[in-house]
Write a protein that binds this ligand. Structure first.
Ligand code: ZN
Length: 271
């Protein structure tokens, strides 16, 4: 490694480590989540400042969105959602893994950087759109309905849709795609297609969440939940959906779908 490369790597570790440590102290990441963020952040910063900058911006926006009205949201969803506000390593990888993979492609094969950046940005925009949809939908008053049954469901349920949640999803896609351009990761001409791909990924997340995501049942409370151990202390039993298709797998699928739709748009655009 050249001295410049070593310097860049040390800087990447220092910046990622600082962000991960701050996020852990602020309660946004668990210990394993902070370790995963350190590795992911280092990979992305090695690809360049634009790659690292977009990841950091994304992460700050997603963490802030989770923090806003956290108590009210936990009260509304504490019965249902599998994990709380602290993101663990699996959650970090589910959201940022595809983006880090495209950053690695940009490092190893710089001639593919433009395509890798478009695919990676679409993956992260999809994850951000899904996160913001959940956060705005949960914070807003009024009950969401299930995409599958059309019936009203508890706030925080996977596959649930609401008007504020959908508005949050679209606005977040626009905002995240614009910020990817702002940090220099995307040309202005790619912002519209990355926005569309991000929305598509979040829609796939909702559809898979509604039809196939694993649901569990608490026999004591006689309530549906995504928790393995319900907050009452009872171990829950598989109830419906694909048992291994948990929230992290669905989130990963959301980012893969965002990148795949972006790939299709690039091909149809001939670029
Ligand atoms: Zn229970």
């Amino acid at each position: 490694m050249s001295p410049v490369a070593v310097q860049e790597l040390v800087l990447a570790v220092a910046v990622s480590g600082t962000v991960a440590l701050m996020a852990w102290r602020a309660g946004s990441l668990s210990r394993s989540g902070a370790a995963a963020a350190l590795i992911l952040g280092t990979v992305c910063l090695t690809a360049g400042r634009a790659w690292g900058g977009f990841l950091v911006l994304w992460f700050i926006a997603a963490s802030l969105a989770s923090k806003v009205g956290q108590r009210a949201k936990e009260a509304a969803t504490g019965d249902v959602v599998a994990k709380g506000g602290r993101r663990d390593a699996l959650q970090v990888l589910a959201n940022g893994g595809v983006y880090a993979a495209t950053a690695l492609v940009a490092v190893v094969r710089p001639e593919f950087e433009a395509v890798a950046a478009a695919l990676g940005a679409a993956a992260l925009v999809a994850a951000g759109a899904d996160t913001l949809a959940t956060e705005t939908g949960t914070l807003a008053k009024g009950r969401p309905w299930s995409l599958r049954t059309g019936g009203v469901v508890p706030t925080g349920s996977s596959g649930a849709v609401s008007v504020p949640g959908s508005a949050g999803m679209v606005l977040a896609s626009v905002g995240f795609a614009l910020s990817a351009h702002w940090v220099g990761l995307l040309p202005a001409s790619a912002v519209a297609s990355v926005t569309l791909a991000g929305i598509a990924g979040a829609v796939v997340d909702t559809i898979v969440g509604a039809w196939w995501q694993a649901r569990r049942w608490c026999p004591s409370c006689e309530r549906e939940t995504e928790q393995h151990r319900h907050r009452c202390g009872t171990t829950t039993i598989p109830y419906r959906g694909v048992s291994w298709l948990g929230n992290d797998a669905v989130n990963l699928l959301c980012t893969v779908a965002g990148a795949a739709v972006m790939g299709a748009l690039l091909r149809s655009g001939g670029s």
